[in-house]
Design a protein around this ligand. Structure first.
Ligand SMILES: NC(=O)c1ccc[n+]([C@@H]2O[C@H](COP(=O)([O-])OP(=O)(O)OC[C@H]3O[C@@H](n4cnc5c(N)ncnc54)[C@H](OP(=O)(O)O)[C@@H]3O)[C@@H](O)[C@H]2O)c1
Length: 272
């Protein structure tokens, strides 16, 4: 699998860095990748520069890896380097394809990608959306993202947004759940380090079991919770009014609201 040569990462922090970690561990050749970041902080195994002038020949692919609020700062500096041959892959939460097309009229196909940080260990989820790619470009991008984990082209942009709220943000939610499980164990006398390892392995093992697909989530819970048993008592709390389902629903609602705000800010060019 070849990354288009050259590929520029404009902004290379947590998310873009996780993608590069995933590709590196998949053995992808990153010699034609350039990371452009204001701080010039080196990215492992990738030529890193702080100014576009030092990046070299114009890119065939550009990955936008900065925060959506930086869009209007980046547009005038990046635009002179773009040609119709440059595929623009935007990681920006909220910034819609039409907004990006209006800001980058000279760019080639614009693609929105919504990965999550688990791409670093090649078990990520990436949603992709574009109305501008032909079949060949779509296949090329699919091949590019597949080594990073599940890759899903959405038919609509709202679907990409919803996937962002669930899977893009998801690792943060799951990390909180692991921490809560571990903290509760430590509070009850377990060694905190052991409690953390137990919580991680429990989430990991349950995920693996769920992915095996023999049982749905209700069936897995039923296998653990015998009537009148200990787990059943615990589930009664988790499933109660204002329990986990409601909490997660409100969590995704809040993320969705912020995504809509970011979309509006990017559209109007007025970050709040
Ligand atoms: N984090 C996630 O889980 C996640 C998931 C899905 C999508 N995303 C999207 O990914 C994007 C990056 O998020 P992140 O979490 O990786 O943020 P981050 O860790 O803060 O990284 C932001 C990067 O942007 C660079 N930058 C800042 N100002 C810039 C400018 N004017 N021109 C070019 N680069 C600039 C920073 O450079 P320095 O390193 O030099 O400071 C840094 O490398 C966001 O748009 C976000 O919506 C993130």
């Amino acid at each position: 699998m070849q990354i288009p040569s050259p590929t520029w990462f404009v902004g290379c922090g947590n998310m873009a860095g996780a993608m590069l970690d995933g590709w590196r561990s998949a053995g992808v050749d990153l010699s034609q990748v350039v990371a452009i970041r204001p701080s010039g902080t080196p990215v492992e195994g990738v030529r890193t520069v702080s100014s576009y002038g030092d990046a070299g020949v114009p890119p065939k692919m550009v990955v936008l890896g900065f925060k959506p609020q930086k869009l209007d700062e980046v547009v005038p500096i990046l635009t002179p380097w773009l040609t119709s041959k440059a595929t623009l892959v935007s990681l920006l939460a909220g910034a819609e394809a039409a907004t990006l097309r209006a800001r980058f009229p000279k760019a080639g196909a614009i693609v929105r990608a919504m990965p999550n940080v688990a791409v670093a260990v090649r078990r990520g989820v990436t949603a992709l959306f574009s109305t501008e790619v032909d079949d060949a470009r779509r296949s090329e991008l699919t091949r590019l993202f597949l080594p990073l984990g599940l890759t899903h082209w959405t038919h609509t942009e709202p679907e990409l947004t919803q996937i962002g709220s669930l899977a893009g943000s998801g690792p943060a939610y799951v990390a909180r759940f692991i921490a809560a499980l571990a903290d509760a164990g430590a509070k009850r006398g377990l060694d905190p380090q052991l409690a953390c390892t137990l919580a991680i392995e429990t989430v990991f093992g349950t995920g693996w079991l769920a992915a095996a697909g023999q049982d749905d989530m209700a069936a897995i819970a039923r296998k653990v919770a015998s009537p009148n048993g200990t787990t059943q008592e615990g589930l009664a709390v988790l499933d109660g009014a204002d329990g986990l389902t409601d909490l997660i629903d409100r969590t995704l609602d809040a993320a969705g609201r912020r995504s809509a705000e970011l979309a509006e800010e990017a559209r109007s060019g007025t970050p709040s």
